[in-house]
Design a protein around this ligand. Structure first.
Ligand code: GDP
Length: 407
């Protein structure tokens, strides 16, 4: 059976990048909650967060081992690849960045850009990972979105495209004005779902001013936006959305959203932005590999020979699992795969989609997907697994070549 290529368009291989303590674990947790993957909210401090399923991680309260978790949002599948935020695990971050198609960079609204956010940002630049920024902790005393955006601009040098205006500040932070649709989103305590309404009268002028600034910034960067802006002196929400998507994917601009993950505010618009702006596996260039000194490119086509990159091996209570990104072709349960790095072939006994709280057994995984495999015993993080009849070694630097040109 040949998989329809258009189904790949709804996949988002997403990473969450942050300085330790900026709220990456809480954002991840709230995403899983908002997408219905988990029905209870884990809290970081009591060690119940579902992405950290290694006891060592729970004990230390930091995410040591990357794990991939799948969830669904608005007809899309989001494969959330956890990237360690701790500086000691730079190699793991690097490895995770290779298999991502896009990322959310989380910042603390009080601290702004911190040294580690800077180093992770630079790594993501090197890998050409398109990003959106989420300024978290808007509920904290001293939180200031504008100041955080200034620090992002000054220290990381992207063109920030702020698409929200906070409603209320610190303890009184209750929602945001969506500057693209010019609607307000207000959250009741503990509820992830926002109540949508018109822009509050008291914020109208400020919202109009910021919408104007957003339109001007986008028109300056995107020819289609410039044309519409010159014709009509304004941009429609549809044009703005399309241009923001293009600018995100080329790295020419970074969409900025805000919220309070702890209070569950801003997570749904963040998911909407992930789906709207970040690329699918079809939007990124074919992966490069070599066989007998000849370079090959493999597109994200389920009909091409199978090739996948192992980015994480996890030996836990569920046995040895190899997390892979499938770059091309399809893999069926029971298939034999080759590791051209070691020359070994091994059988895949199970293909698992890892959800926050359970594993789903699949018969098949296709290009673009991120799954965990049981069976292979010799794979290591960084190993290629491929069709024995069409060997290909994915270069160690396979994704190091920018998938987008980052200015
Ligand atoms: P990580 O180290 O980046 O994974 O950050 P965590 O998610 O573990 O969060 C670090 C600390 O910040 C924890 O004590 C969280 O409860 C807290 N935190 C996370 N998000 C928010 C937020 O939106 N507001 C406030 N006030 N605290 C938060």
């Amino acid at each position: 059976m040949r998989t329809n290529l258009s189904t790949l368009a709804v996949v988002r291989n997403l990473g969450i990048l942050a300085h330790v303590d900026a709220g990456k674990t809480t954002v991840t947790e709230r995403i899983l909650y908002a997408t219905g993957t988990t029905h209870k909210r884990g809290e970081v401090h009591d060690g119940t967060t579902v992405t950290d399923f290694d006891p060592q991680e729970r004990d230390r309260g930091i995410t040591i081992f990357a794990a991939a978790v799948s969830c669904a949002w608005d007809g899309h599948r989001i494969n959330l690849i956890d990237t360690p935020g701790h500086v000691d695990f730079a190699d793991e971050v690097e490895r995770s960045l290779r298999v991502l198609d896009g990322a959310v960079a989380v910042f603390d609204a009080v601290a702004g850009v911190e040294p580690q956010s800077e180093s992770v940002w630079r790594q993501a630049d090197r890998h050409g990972v398109p990003r959106i920024a989420f300024v978290n902790k808007l509920d904290r005393a001293g939180a200031d979105l504008d100041r955080a955006v200034d620090s992002i601009r000054e220290r990381l040098h992207p063109v920030p495209l702020v698409v929200q205006l906070p409603i209320g500040a610190e303890d009184g932070f209750t929602g945001v004005v969506d500057l693209v649709r010019m609607r307000s989103l207000v959250w009741a305590d503990g509820d992830a779902a926002a109540v949508e309404g018109p822009v509050p009268e008291s914020l109208r002028d400020e919202a109009l001013r910021r919408r104007r600034a957003l339109e001007e910034a986008v028109a300056e960067l995107h020819p289609a936006a410039l044309e519409e802006f010159c014709d009509r002196e304004t941009l429609s929400a549809a044009t703005l959305t399309a241009c923001l998507r293009d600018l995100t994917r080329t790295g020419d601009g970074v969409v900025v959203l805000c919220g309070s993950a702890y209070r569950n505010r801003g997570i749904e618009p963040l998911l909407d932005a992930v789906v709207a702006y970040l690329p699918s596996p079809l939007d990124v260039p074919a992966v490069r590999g070599v066989h007998q000194d000849t370079e090959q490119r493999r597109p994200a086509d389920p009909g091409a020979p199978f090739a996948a990159l192992a980015f994480k091996v996890h030996a836990g209570g569920t046995g040895r699992l190899t997390y892979v990104r499938v770059y091309s072709g399809a893999l069926e349960k029971g298939d034999t795969v080759a590791d051209p790095g070691t020359g070994r072939t091994e059988r895949v006994t199970r293909i698992l989609r890892v959800m926050a709280d359970r594993h789903i057994q699949l018969d098949r995984a296709v290009a673009g997907d991120i799954v965990a495999l049981a069976g292979p015993k010799a794979t290591r993080a960084g190993s290629t697994l491929c069709d024995p009849g069409a060997p290909l070694l994915l270069e160690p630097t396979a994704a190091a070549e920018p998938v987008v040109s980052v200015a």
